[in-house]
Design a protein around this ligand. Structure first.
Ligand code: FAD
Ligand code: NAG
Ligand code: NAG
Ligand code: NAG
Ligand code: NAG
Ligand code: NAG
Ligand code: NAG
Length: 533
């Protein structure tokens, strides 16, 4: 990685001291004063990366990476300070001062956390925002890349395609997702059946620990390196960058999206898909998105639309013969299919025109919405009457903009052992469900209606999904499944309620690693791994 130039600032001490005095009414002066001391004997300025509520751009910096409008209200708690480091040496002093002054640190990369944990806390806190930590270095010959945490997956895909049309990386679908949170929670997308999770393809990492030490794979050791690949980065330190193994993709891939309503046998097709999707050839991935739509001539009736969305790592002829063999019921024909390059398929699935890739470098989502989400794993097919009960919930008023996404497992996911990484959801799963409900600005006062709807859906699903534990995906963060006590020593019993759902038996190893690297539980949040110190 290139190192950034370190700027010098002669009047740094004066600036920070005068400004921390000005801010003293806000109660964060201790932290700022500590920072000014930390930096007084450095040539490395930080005043241009420290924002307090007094700085005019504080609000826009805070809002920039908020990806769920649920956490933009005036009543949402706000950080006392936001720091946007430009060099890694600026981070250890932030950790030291937060420890010394009893401030929590929330590290934010892309800000997509479903419950806003990277920028909201109920106790006094600072945000370490890695937005300017986004360098990507591709080594096409070696088929590897170093990616800094604040980079987005869209920019990673863009930089890979810049170097080679036949290299790719198996991570998520929405280009604005940050690699800091995404890889540390697992990270999956349409290449999952062929290549597993993003975390399965991480080969090195750089992290700053609670003592401010900068570690790589060798110096952190295999336990910590294991933990940050799926255990959530926030419990263990500040991840600076990942080294990843790039994967082979063909020059031509084939995509399709086929929609079927209930009148077009959607129920039977979804039912059938459950028996075949996890057994397809690894080159074939077909997910289903379920939504409600109006139907009938006057549009007053409702129906369900199942969208079968697919990528095949090969040309259309190969896809048609596989589909004829494994899922003829869908009735796929050549006209439904489009051949394109892998990078174009990234644009296609993200909903952009496939001609212009530059949009992958844009960190702003076209639409940011109010939403609440949950996840489930399915291990035996849901009977048709079970699906019909879901349709009934979709007909309720709150579900107008609800979405359920079914993502098939099998393939590579079935080959990796449950304990290889903290992410335990491997063999035995037919598919994963993501439940989502969205609502509009004018309903912001009524969020609870929508949240209650998704909770009803979640209760309804209980008999059909994984049990003991009812497994969940940490990257689809859901505080309903349990939270830590926010004061005092974190209770093991209380943490296991959510911990076992995300990590199954790997939770205990995560606790051992946490106890070793952060015995005092400094890096802590509503769902951080507890230390048993
Ligand atoms: C629109 C949208 C689409 C999504 N699509 C997918 C998808 O296709 N596949 C999928 O698997 N997931 C998807 N997700 C979920 C996504 O993977 C997680 O929300 C992920 O944690 C986001 O990472 P981030 O860096 O953007 O988030 P952040 O909110 O910045 O971070 C998430 C968590 O990780 C911690 N963290 C972040 N950076 C660091 C760091 N450098 N060091 C230590 N801890 C850190 C934060 O403190 C927080 O606890 C999607 C989310 C959204 C909102
Ligand atoms: C600061 O810069 C001066 C001159 O450029 C150099 O001599 C000194 O070693 C530097 N100090 C630190 C702490 O880097
Ligand atoms: C925030 O305001 C202080 C005091 O005016 C200033 O010193 C500092 O440089 C500002 N921060 C940024 C990032 O501009
Ligand atoms: C840091 O990020 C902000 C927001 O994207 C940007 O305005 C600023 O120019 C960046 N600073 C550097 C040094 O890249
Ligand atoms: C739906 O399924 C039935 C029975 O399997 C079949 O007869 C009918 O043609 C199908 N309808 C459509 C629109 O595919
Ligand atoms: C609406 O649905 C009802 C019941 O399924 C049906 O009887 C009616 O014909 C439908 N109306 C339209 C306009 O499609
Ligand atoms: C980035 O995307 C947002 C949302 O679509 C758009 O408003 C903005 O103009 C884009 N920025 C650039 C530089 O294209």
């Amino acid at each position: 990685m290139k190192t950034r130039s370190i700027s010098t600032l002669t009047f740094l001490l004066f600036v920070i001291l005068s400004w921390s005095r000005a801010a003293s009414a806000d109660g964060h002066e201790d932290f700022l004063e500590c920072l000014s001391h930390q930096f007084s004997n450095h040539n490395n300025s930080i005043s241009n990366v420290v924002y307090t509520p007094k700085n005019s751009s504080y609000s826009s910096i805070l809002a920039f990476s908020i990806q769920n409008l649920r956490f933009t209200s005036d009543s949402t708690s706000k950080p006392l300070v936001i720091i946007t480091p430009e060099h890694e040496t600026q981070i250890p002093p932030v950790i030291r001062c937060a420890k010394a002054t009893d401030m929590q640190i929330r590290t934010r990369s892309g800000g997509h956390d479903y419950e806003g944990l990277s920028y909201v806390s109920e106790v006094p806190y600072v945000i370490l925002d890695l937005i300017n930590f986004s360098e990507i270095t591709i080594e096409a010959k070696e088929k590897s890349a170093w990616v800094e945490s604040g980079a987005t997956i869209g920019s990673l895909y863009y930089r890979i395609a810049e170097k080679s049309p036949i290299l790719g990386f198996p991570a998520g679908i929405c280009p604005t997702v940050g690699v800091g949170g995404h890889f540390s929670g697992g990270g999956y997308g349409n290449l999952l059946r062929k290549y597993g999770l993003a975390a399965d393809n991480v080969i090195d990492a750089r992290i700053i620990d609670v003592n401010g030490r900068i570690l790589n794979r060798k110096s952190m050791g295999e336990d910590l390196f294991w933990a940050v690949r799926g255990g959530g980065g926030a419990s263990f330190g500040v991840i600076l960058a990942w080294k990843v193994q790039l994967v082979d993709v063909p020059y031509t891939v084939t995509v399709f999206r086929i929609q079927r309503t209930l009148e077009q046998n959607a129920t039977q097709l979804v039912h059938r898909w459950q028996y075949v999707a996890h057994k397809f050839d690894q080159d074939l991935f077909i997910s289903i998105t379920l939504t409600r739509a109006s139907s009938g001539q006057d549009g007053r009736n409702m129906t369900i639309v199942a969208s079968f969305t697919s990528i095949f790592l090969g040309e259309v002829d190969g896809l048609l013969s596989l589909m004829q063999e494994s899922f003829p019921e869908l009735g796929l024909v050549r006209e439904d299919c489009t051949e394109m390059s892998w990078i174009q398929s990234i644009l296609y699935f993200a909903g952009f025109p496939i001609e212009s890739r530059e949009v992958l470098l844009n960190r702003t989502q076209p639409i940011v919405r109010y939403f609440k989400a949950k996840s489930d794993y399915v291990q035996k097919p849901i009977p048709e009457y079970g699906l019909e009960g879901i349709w009934r919930l979709f007909y309720e008023a709150e579900a107008e903009e609800a979405v359920i996404i079914l993502s098939p497992y099998g393939g590579r996911m079935g080959e990796i052992s449950e304990s290889a990484l903290p992410f335990p959801h491997r063999a035995n799963n037919l598919y994963k469900i993501q439940h989502l409900v969205y609502w509009e600005e004018n309903e912001a006062q009524n969020s609870n209606r929508y949240i209650n709807w998704i909770r009803r859906l979640y209760s309804y699903m209980a008999p059909y999904v994984s049990m003991s534990p009812r497994a969940a995906y940490i990257n689809y963060r859901d505080l309903d499944i349990g939270v830590n006590n926010n004061e005092g020593k974190i209770s093991y019993a209380r943490a296991s309620i959510w911990g076992i759902k995300y990590f199954k038996n790997n939770f205990n190893r995560l606790i051992r690693v946490k106890t070793m690297v952060d015995p005092e539980n400094f890096f802590r949040n509503e769902q951080s791994i507890p230390s048993l110190h």
